[in-house]
Design a protein around this ligand. Structure first.
Ligand SMILES: C[S@@+](CC[C@H](N)C(=O)[O-])C[C@H]1O[C@@H](n2cnc3c(N)ncnc32)[C@H](O)[C@@H]1O
Length: 248
C-alpha cells in the first residue's frame, strides 16, 4: 500500500540545522547544479543590467551565476545560517537579508526587473501573501521564475492522496550524509495557476526541461530510456501584470 502523507509544521528557520550539508549537496548535485540552476538561467536568458531578487536564495549559487552574467542581485532567506553561507560566497557588500517569504518583504515597490522563487514555495501552504509580495516588489512586466516539486509526484508516489487537495507531506532526505526531514505542500497544477493569477501574474512559460547536456553521466538515473528527463520539478515563468495601483 502507498505510504500515507505525513504532516508536520515546518518553521522558517528549519534549514539552519542542516544548512552547510544542504549547500554542499546543492553545489554539484544532479537536482541543483545540473537540473534546476541551468534551467532557470536558460529561462531568464540575457540578464545583464537587470535587477533580480532571489527569494529563498539559500547559500546563493544562483545569485553568483547571475552576478557573473552582469545582473544586479539581492537575495533573502529565512535561514540565518543560509544567509551566512551566501555572504561567504558573495562578499560582505552583497545585498543579502534574513527575511521570511510569508511576511512583508524588506524591499520597495517595483524595485526589481525579475524575481526567483526556486524550490521554496512548496514549503508554504498559502501562496497568496508570498506571491502578492513578490508581485509588489516587481516592476509591471517583470518576471517571476518559480520552481517547485512537480504536481504529478503525489499521483505517482502517493496514489491515496487526493490530487486536487493541497496537502502536506513529510519527506526524508540525505544531504551529503546529513539526514533532514522536509514538509512539502503538494497542490494541483490548476491550484498553482489560480494562485498566480489571483496575485497579479500571467503564466508566460511552463517548462519540464531535461538536465544540462554536460551533466556527468554517472549522476543520471540508471535504466531509463532517456535518463536526461525525469519527473522532478516544474518550472514557470510568470509575467507581472500591470495593475491599477501601478498606474497611480
Ligand atoms: C531547497 S532550498 C533552495 C535554495 C535555493 N533557492 C537554490 O535553489 O539553491 C530552500 C531554501 O528556502 C528557504 N526557505 C524556506 N522557507 C522559507 C521562507 N518562508 N522564507 C524564505 N526562505 C525560506 C530555506 O531556508 C532554504 O534556504
Amino acid at each position: 500500500m502507498a505510504p500515507e502523507p505525513r504532516t508536520v509544521e515546518q518553521q522558517p528557520d528549519h534549514y539552519d540545522t542542516f544548512a552547510a550539508a544542504y549547500a554542499r549537496a546543492n553545489e554539484n548535485g544532479l537536482f541543483n547544479r545540473w537540473y534546476a540552476r541551468p534551467a532557470v538561467l536558460a529561462l531568464l536568458g540575457e540578464v545583464a543590467g537587470r535587477a533580480i531578487v532571489d527569494a529563498g536564495c539559500g547559500s546563493g549559487p544562483l545569485l553568483s551565476d547571475l552576478t557573473d552574467r552582469g545582473a544586479s542581485v539581492a537575495g533573502f532567506d529565512s535561514s540565518r545560517a543560509m544567509i551566512d553561507l551566501a555572504r561567504e560566497r558573495l562578499g560582505s557588500e552583497a545585498d543579502l537579508r534574513v527575511a521570511d517569504l510569508t511576511q512583508t518583504l524588506p524591499y520597495d515597490d517595483a524595485a526589481f526587473d525579475d524575481a526567483l522563487a526556486v524550490l521554496v514555495l512548496h514549503y508554504l501552504q498559502d501562496w497568496s501573501r508570498p506571491l502578492s509580495e513578490l508581485r509588489r516588489v516587481l516592476k509591471p512586466g517583470g518576471r517571476l521564475v518559480v520552481v517547485v516539486n512537480h504536481p504529478i509526484i503525489p499521483p505517482v508516489m502517493y496514489p491515496d492522496v487526493d490530487y486536487f487537495a493541497t496537502v502536506p507531506n513529510q519527506e526524508d532526505y540525505d544531504f551529503d550524509g546529513v539526514r533532514a526531514t522536509l514538509t512539502i505542500w503538494y497542490r494541483s497544477l490548476s491550484a498553482m495557476s489560480e494562485s498566480f493569477t489571483a496575485s497579479g501574474f500571467r503564466i508566460s512559460t511552463i517548462s519540464e526541461p531535461p538536465v544540462a547536456p554536460d551533466t556527468p553521466p554517472e549522476l543520471l538515473p540508471a535504466n531509463e530510456t532517456d535518463p536526461s528527463r525525469f519527473i522532478g520539478f516544474i518550472f514557470f515563468v510568470l509575467e507581472a501584470v500591470q495593475m491599477r495601483q501601478d498606474l497611480a
